[in-house]
Design a protein around this ligand. Sequence first.
Ligand SMILES: [Zn+2]
Length: 96
Amino acid sequence: MNLGQMLGAAVRESIPARASAISRFGQIAGEQTREVLEALVPIRYEMWQTAEDERTCPICGQLSGEIWPEGEGFTPPVHDHCRCRRVYRHTEFRRR
Ligand SMILES: [Zn+2]
């Protein structure tokens, strides 16, 4: 076997070894990604939204734009004829 043949053989042997290393790495990365994703809980956040006109009361004006996690904070109506609502704002992920 000459040098060229030796190099050729080395390259042929290393290609499957590298492919398997890359595939194993991908598998590990996939497992870690899945573990991380499984440890995360989505939390929905909502924002207080007033009717935004001249009849918006001072109470609701104060709350306008406030953001809470779903199920926390104030919930409309906060007074008679309150026209406010809470609208979905964004989702954050927390670790369990
Ligand atoms: Zn209101």
